[in-house]
Design a protein around this ligand. Structure first.
Ligand code: ATP
Length: 283
């Protein structure tokens, strides 16, 4: 028996940090949006209770460090499952890019194994379990558009953002989320995102207003470590993208482009100096 799931990447329409908590995490408020850049995952039932992973990208760990493995192990233990699974993971989402690729793989594993192992767990329960694997996992269980609070694991689902065309460009560097947060300080915030304005723009299905209010307080920390990310943002803006922002802790920069024709032109221009460029849509 086999189950196939698509793991969607996410972008942050906003990322705000409200403070540092006693447990070391930051209290965040983020508007998350899933996009149709996906990894494919195929789950095959095995009689042996082992969890094995095969991945087409050599630098992604396939052992217990893989977030998909962690999610599978959690379900297996929680529900005393005596079966196992072989997971084939085809990666398209760039790794360590600010697009929640690993978290999305964990979320797809929770959904896929819920079917494969016939667990009948509700989506809300899956999201709650996901928070034990990683802060971005609960959002990835649902997808769509949502506000994430707490350390990112408390999800309030909202009306889906209007369909938008988005360009993603990932410079050839990796940014560790932990290091970006370490380099962040509340008194270095230049501009806070207007989360409320983005929420009303989503409710009004107004892409122009969404573009106008995008914001991410982690940009300062990542730009200081990697000036090329800021340069890429400026470049995307100068090519004519309507709203430009770094996603998560970076280094991926995205641009919302309101006119499809212009998106193709900017896509081609970006490919001239960035070899990981994607043209995607909100989903
Ligand atoms: P976020 O935006 O949530 O910080 P990210 O997109 O920056 O995530 P990921 O692609 O999720 O980062 O990967 C970060 C780290 O997790 C990498 O060091 C990678 O080796 C490890 N990892 C574990 N499982 C996976 C997975 N299934 N896919 C990709 N990376 C994984």
């Amino acid at each position: 028996m086999k189950v196939t799931e698509l793991a969607k990447a996410k972008i942050n329409l906003t990322l705000d940090i409200l403070g540092k908590r006693d447990d070391g995490y930051h209290e965040v408020e983020m508007i998350m949006q899933s996009i149709d850049l996906t990894d494919q995952m195929v789950f095959t039932l095995t009689d042996e209770p082992k969890i094995t992973i095969e991945c087409d990208v050599s630098y992604v760990p396939t052992d217990e460090r893989n977030l998909a493995y962690k999610a599978a192990k959690l379900l297996q233990q929680k529900f005393a499952v005596d079966k196992g699974v072989h997971i084939v993971l085809n990666k398209k989402i760039p790794v360590s890019a600010g697009l929640a690729g690993g978290s999305s793989n964990a979320a797809a594993t929770l959904r896929g194994l819920n079917q494969l192992w016939q667990l009948n767990v509700t989506i809300d329960e899956l999201a709650e379990l996901g928070s034990e694997v990683g802060s971005d996992v609960p959002f990835c269980v649902y997808g769509g558009t949502a506000i994430a609070r707490g350390r990112g694991e408390k999800i309030e689902r909202i009306t889906k953002a209007p369909p938008m065309t988005i360009l993603l460009a990932k410079p050839q560097i990796s940014v560790s989320t932990a290091v970006a947060y370490q380099n962040f300080s509340m008194d270095k915030i230049l501009k806070k995102p207007d989360t409320k304005a983005v929420i009303s723009a989503i409710q009004n299905q107004d892409p122009q207003a969404i573009c106008h209010h995008l914001g991410n307080v982690l940009e300062t920390a990542t730009f200081a470590m990697h000036p090329e990310v800021e340069k890429l943002k400026e470049q995307m803006k100068s090519f004519g993208a309507d709203g430009v922002l770094m996603s998560g802790s970076g280094p991926t920069v995205y641009g919302i482009v309101l006119k499809e024709k212009r998106a193709m032109r900017i896509f081609n221009a970006l490919r001239g100096f960035c070899n990981e460029v994607f043209l995607v849509r909100t989903v």
